[in-house]
Design a protein around this ligand. Sequence first.
Ligand SMILES: O=C(O)CCC(=O)C(=O)O
Ligand SMILES: [Fe+2]
Length: 384
Amino acid sequence: LDICVTDNSGVRCGDGNHVRLTRIQGNEVGHVQKIDTNDTLGSVTLTTLNTKPLVIEAESFLSPEECDYFVQMAKDEGLKESETVLNQPENQRFVLRDHDGNKKLSVREMRHTIQGSFDVFLEDEDILKLYKETGWDKNGDELITNDELKSFTPMMLQAEIQKIVKANPEKHSRMSKQVWLYPDRSKDKVFAEVQKRVAKVVGLPLELIKLSDFQVVSYGIKGHYNAHWDSARVEPKVPCCTRERTKQCRICRYMTILFYLNDVEEGGETAFPVANNSTLDYQTMMEKDLVDLYRKCEESPLKVSPAKGKAVIWYNHFVDDANGWLGPLDEFTFHGGCPVKNGVKWIANFWVKTTDHKIKDLKKMQKFYKASTEKQPKMSKEEL
Ligand SMILES: O=C(O)CCC(=O)C(=O)O
Ligand SMILES: [Fe+2]
């Protein structure tokens, strides 16, 4: 195997063991480092915002022109309403969340049932109004018993919820528009330069950066994205998703580089609701409704404010010590977008993807390596 990659130390070839995922050294909160980019921008300054999880901010990672360029590109391509992705298969979606196991659903348990089943975040008042209108809570004790459950089906519940979110779309876990961009890797000069800059700043092979996904998202007033992980927990039996793959797979995004493409008048921060918690337990996360950033954003321990050209960088996964590739999910990267209060918000997600098959990834990277070396016009003797 002869694997070559291009990184900050030049072209390096070997058997594959010489390629490892690396992290930017964050050191401590407030640590500042300046990285020369050797391009039109000159340099990028990184500031460590947090260490658990490691979150790094770069003001002016993109120039205002680059930001405008990506927004225009997204508009030309056309944005579509973001779908809320539920990871559970269809038949496991409707699960009654009877947390205390007393065979009755409290209002809170019904809220969580609806969240888990339909990805819709209602308030207690919505549930009570629903009971009133449908009569499902026959005796009006605000509890749904097994017997009362028989009077309606999941389909009926879904229909009611659909009515509610139609009138109040902000009750969705996500309210935004998005588009995947596949800027032609050799022809789009702006995108190519940004990819190079990303490779330089994060210190990963350019060939890996070229495998990344790029998505532009826009939020209007009340637009938000409740807390989630950008990647998934490692499950050896479920392979990582790739562009070719359609069967059951999990998302594997080693790192997220989130660009803010405009200045937001008010709101729209990126929040990390479990940052710096000593432990992470799902029970507390449920009890405190930490997912619900639409309502609980203010309580978040770490928030990053949008600013045109700024990038916020974090690692969804640790690195596997043995092979230097995708390691365990860093669960503290749980994050989302706070509601926009005034103005609009444009972002671009730059997701550095890998799979858990290092060799397969390296082989894919070789295609980009070869393309770049072949395209290089041979220098004539005169030029030398
Ligand atoms: O809008 C934000 O600040 C966060 C967006 C986000 O987390 C995502 O698109 O995955
Ligand atoms: Fe995200």
